[in-house]
Design a protein around this ligand. Structure first.
Ligand code: NAD
Length: 270
């Protein structure tokens, strides 16, 4: 088990104060990584840093808008000044919004362009831009690990979430592209992988999965029946895979998209 560690590594996490990435931040910190929490939600990120530091680990929060190169460069410089380098980048900022989601009230034909572009940009460009900025640090030091966050929607598009599905398919594609680029042009010691979480119940998707009275929507019922393990996942269940992918134990793994889905992507329903 000696290779399964990230102790002493500096990990940059974007979207760090969100539901999944705040859990990842706590777990990575508990396993000895120094954490740079990047988010536009500065107050929440600051509170998370306090919490992690209070638990005896090390975290600092920085304002960073993953859609703004200048903002990422500024955060990158601040991270380098504080920690001296970057070993791990988790591209966690992403998500969907109701205005970009087809529904009985809002057909595909009426989905507003600005909402569709926002979702495409946040998930895809919000992964590419930070990889450009932090990947440059990794290229200089000749080592590093990037973990992107894809989705079940990348394997087979989910109904209604048109831009989100397209964007996450692009994130998986970019994961492979970037893995090849780093190995061939920078160093084979810079690895890029993605996790593809299955269905976790979070703020981001509760409007799709739960009725106002707390009961499951029809979509929620379909998801549970399509998940052989018969339940939603928990954010903490992503952490082991992320730590593994960033550890020396995964030294020959690059360009992989790892489903963490209770078997959803393995099951055709029959
Ligand atoms: P979340 O909404 O709780 O967190 C997203 C975070 O990103 C928030 O803290 C938000 O402030 C931040 N953010 C938004 N725009 C930003 C920007 N421009 N720059 C920097 N930060 C920004 O979402 P989550 O459920 O924790 O999801 C995290 C990632 O996991 C996303 O990529 C999401 O698509 C993906 N994912 C989630 C699920 C799920 O079930 N929740 C499943 C598969 C994939």
């Amino acid at each position: 088990m000696a290779n399964f560690h990230i102790k002493g590594k500096t990990a940059v996490i974007t979207g760090a104060s969100g539901i999944l990435c705040s859990t990842l931040a706590r777990e990575l910190a508990a396993h000895g990584a120094k954490i740079a929490l990047l988010d536009i939600a500065s107050e929440r990120a600051g509170q998370l840093a306090q919490e992690i530091n209070g638990a005896g680990a090390e975290a600092v929060s920085f304002y960073c808008d993953v859609l703004n190169r200048e903002s990422i460069e500024k955060a990158g410089q601040a991270v380098a000044n504080r920690f001296g380098g970057v070993d791990i980048l988790i591209n966690g900022a992403g998500g969907n919004k109701p205005a970009a989601t087809a529904s009985p009230e809002l057909s595909f034909f009426d989905l507003p362009g600005d909402a569709l572009s926002w979702v495409l940009n946040l998930n895809l460009m919000g992964t590419i831009y930070p990889t450009q900025v932090f990947g440059r640090f990794m290229a200089k030091q000749g080592s590093g690990c990037v973990v992107n966050i894809s989705s079940m929607a990348a394997f087979t598009p989910l109904t209604n979430t048109v831009a989100y599905s397209a964007a996450k398919a692009a994130v998986s594609n970019f994961t492979q592209w970037m893995a090849v680029y780093f190995s061939q042009n920078c160093s084979p010691k810079i690895r890029v992988n993605a996790i593809a979480p299955g269905f976790l119940l979070t703020q981001q998707n509760d409007y799709l999965l739960k009725n106002p009275d707390g009961s499951d929507t029809e979509r929620g019922r379909k998801i549970i029946s399509g998940t052989p393990m018969g339940r939603y996942g928990l954010p903490a269940e992503l952490a082991g895979a992320v730590i593994f992918l960033c550890s020396p134990a995964a030294s020959f793994i690059t360009g992989a998209v790892l489903p963490i889905d209770g078997g959803f992507s393995a099951y055709c329903g029959v």
